[in-house]
Design a protein around this ligand. Sequence first.
Ligand code: 5GP
Ligand code: ZN
Length: 111
Amino acid sequence: MTDCIFCKIVEGQIPTEFVYEDDKIVIFKDIRPKAEVHLLIVAREHIPSLAEATQDNASLLAHMTLVLPKIAKEQGLNSGFRTVINTGKGGGQEIDHIHFHLLGGGMLPKF
Ligand code: 5GP
Ligand code: ZN
């Protein structure tokens, strides 16, 4: 998608340091962190949001979920972390390219 910021990051058109990457996802720091640690788990594939994901994306979504504890541990988030998936305008989604937020560090305010 030519106008998608996350596609540009995935494709290396916007230089961004990846904390982790593999054939399905890239992970990098959020530019406006809302916690001590705030990472974005971004699919390489352009799926606009969780609302557009299908059964065909099941293994990708499982992968995005199961990588979280591993990355959280590497980031020193030993007492826990929070995962957020904003979906659609009403859900506060700003970038229409599927991603998970991984937040942690200190004691996060009760949600
Ligand atoms: P959303 O609101 O769509 O769930 O979250 C999008 C997130 O992407 C926001 O937290 C925002 O700060 C972050 N973001 C937007 N543009 C960029 C960018 O160019 N680089 C990085 N690293 N993060 C971005
Ligand atoms: Zn995209």
